[in-house]
Design a protein around this ligand. Structure first.
Ligand code: TYD
Length: 134
């Protein structure tokens, strides 16, 4: 499967907006973990890893950032996340770099797995070797 953008329904009334993310409904997996990234230096690049088991939906709930996804076989795609109802689904075994964070960016990361540092691949070369079966 490839990364893809998804759009959460926006529930609006005279008070403003609300977005809901429920497991296996708005997000295509069982949600086990959320974390968020904020106060990011403009030149910083986060991520820079692939996950053997975790799937993610990333939502820039405030501000904007860019995400480069790489499948290790030459499919490199850049997504700009700049709306609070826009999510980027990232399957397991996809390399990701997050960058160009606006100063007000809050990047919400919703994951299918609890944190396990052992399922992270932090070398792009090692990741590419693994997906290409070298
Ligand atoms: P890191 O993996 O560098 O964040 P990202 O790749 O998303 O930019 O994580 C930064 C620190 O936070 C690192 O010490 C590990 C810790 N951490 C957890 O303890 N649990 C988590 O779920 C995550 C994502 C990070």
């Amino acid at each position: 499967m490839k990364p893809f953008l998804l759009y959460f329904p926006q529930r609006g009334d005279e008070r403003g907006w609300l977005v809901v993310a429920e497991s296996n409904k708005d997000v295509p997996f069982d949600i086990k973990r959320i974390f968020y990234i904020y106060g990011t230096e403009p030149e910083a690049v986060r991520g820079q890893h692939a996950n053997r088991n975790s799937e993610f939906v990333l939502v820039n709930v405030a501000g904007s950032c860019k995400v480069l996804t790489r499948d290790g076989k030459g499919d490199d795609t850049v997504f700009e996340l700049n709306k609070p109802n826009m999510g980027l689904y990232i399957p397991k075994m996809v390399w990701k770099d997050m960058y160009d964070f606006s100063s007000d960016s809050i990047l919400l990361c919703i994951s299918s797995e609890a944190y396990d540092p052992n399922e992270y691949i932090r070398s792009y070369e090692a990741f590419a070797e693994e997906v290409n079966g070298d």
